[in-house]
Ligand binder design. Structure first.
Ligand code: AMO
Length: 432
């Protein structure tokens, strides 16, 4: 580009009063006050006020400013002057403007006074993402993913990338999307579970932040068909070690969000987090006793549904673990507790009534794994490739899968997962 930016909007501060600056960005808002024309220019750092005075501006500059539509991309030059009324205490007195490309009138309001409904916003998602709230949400997401990576690197985990086109179900469930793979049928991966487990025998500690696909029939505020999953797996660890790791991970994320994202939390009407660690742990059997006391019915030895979890969240706020689930309610790879085989070394990390992550100690003995597959109604022959690795030194291991969007719901305070995924996919939506 031939015009070079000298400053970002956020760098226009009283410290550089009197300087000549060149700014690049989008026309966020425009206001005419008689002989004064105010613009708000937006770039990746935020907004800055720019002003032109009819008396002193060249006529062609004044004209250019009157015809420019919001969301046009501009280069402009001017001088930084103090202005007590301007949000930054200074403004740019514009000397020249060069529209780089013009915009049509935006289809949704970006300035945020009247907010379109979510479906309309998602239809125009790229425009919607210019609003301050989605900007805040995805900046929080960036803090979260970078905290996750740095925490896991510091703990000896290496980042891996496993295939997303696979030949058999991972979780044994029915929620698979099928795809044509040349002349065969294949599936989109629901989870890197089997790969991450096998990889512990080569690298001990691995993690992946990647897509997972779930053909979910349920149309809820917390389920999507394509999600980003944070999968972590470590050799020579059990579920207590992994819950300890998650304690450390959540602590690091919250610390970084509190430190780096004060503006974003404010934009979302959120306070900084104060959380006590370690996070509370409650067993499945303790949960069902609470439900019994409250007179709430649940499926015996089964998963906990929304009604049950909402009732529980009246007692337990914020982040906590539910541990020691019934073996029959968990996937085949979860390790039964020795001497109490109807319960397994497993947990869910919760935030209020929303499940954020599941994890477990895994079975690393092939014959036990085969038995568990059969008792869950699965055919071990379908898992031939996976079972093969268990003959060659599969270490004891444990891990978890954390739904990134669910965590972002917790941190941003949004109750619809579609708000915190840039391009959500559900039963109805395959665009944009
Ligand atoms: P699970 O199936 O419980 O476990 O998924 C782990 C986490 O992923 C998130 N999640 C979803 N988020 C949005 N929409 C969905 N449709 C959806 N499905 C799951 C949730 C959930 O807690 N292999 C195991 C993990 C493990 O044991 O390591 C697994 O996939 O936050």
């Amino acid at each position: 580009m031939e015009i070079k930016r000298t400053h970002l909007a956020a760098e226009i501060t009283p410290k550089i009063e009197g300087s000549e600056v060149v700014l690049l960005g989008w026309l966020h808002e425009k206001r005419d006050l008689g002989g004064l024309r105010f613009l708000l220019l937006r770039d990746r750092s935020g907004l800055v006020q720019v002003v032109a005075n009819k008396k002193t501006a060249q006529p062609d500059l004044w004209e250019a400013l009157s015809s420019i539509k919001r969301e046009s991309v501009l280069a402009l030059g001017g001088v930084v002057k103090s202005s007590p009324q301007a949000p930054r205490g200074v403004e740019v007195r514009v000397k020249w403007v060069k529209p780089l490309i013009s915009s049509e009138d935006p289809p949704i309001d970006i300035v945020g006074k009247t907010q379109a409904d979510l479906d309309t916003r998602l239809d125009y998602r790229i425009i919607d993402l210019r609003r301050s709230e989605p900007q805040a949400i995805f900046k929080l997401q960036n803090t979260i993913t970078s905290a996750i990576r740095s925490f896991l690197y510091d703990n000896g985990f290496i980042e891996v990338f496993t295939p997303k086109i696979i030949s058999t179900a991972t979780e044994g469930g029915a929620s698979l999307f099928s795809v044509f793979y040349y002349d065969r049928l294949a599936y989109l991966s629901q989870s890197p579970q089997l790969y991450k487990e096998a990889l512990t025998s080569a690298f001990e500690r691995v993690f992946e932040i990647g897509p997972a696909f779930r053909a979910e029939e349920s149309d809820t505020l917390r389920h999507l068909s394509e999600i980003t999953m944070v999968d972590v797996e470590g050799a020579f660890m059990d579920y207590n070690d992994v819950m300890g790791l998650l304690d450390g991970l959540i602590k690091k994320i919250i610390m970084n969000v509190n430190q780096n994202n004060a503006d974003e939390l404010k934009a979302l009407g959120r306070d900084k987090f104060t959380i006590n660690f370690p996070l509370p742990r409650i067993t499945y059997d303790q949960v069902t006793s609470i439900l019994d006391e409250k007179g709430i019915s649940y499926e015996k030895e089964g998963d906990l549904g929304t009604v049950e979890l909402k009732a529980l969240s009246e007692e337990l706020k914020g982040f906590y673990f539910i541990t020691d689930w019934p073996t029959k309610a968990r996937p085949f790879y979860a390790m039964p507790i020795k001497g109490k085989e109807d319960r397994c070394e497993s947990f869910d990390l919760m935030y209020g009534w929303i499940e954020l992550a599941s994890g477990a100690t895994r079975i690393n003995d092939e014959s036990i794994l085969r038995t568990r597959m059969t008792s869950q109604g699965l055919n071990p022959d379908a898992f031939k490739t996976h079972l093969k690795w268990f003959k060659y030194g599969m270490p004891p291991h444990a891990g978890f899968g954390l739904g990134l969007a669910r965590l972002l719901m917790a941190v941003s305070g949004k109750d619809n997962i579609r708000e915190v995924v840039m391009f959500p996919r559900d039963k109805r939506r395959l665009e944009p």
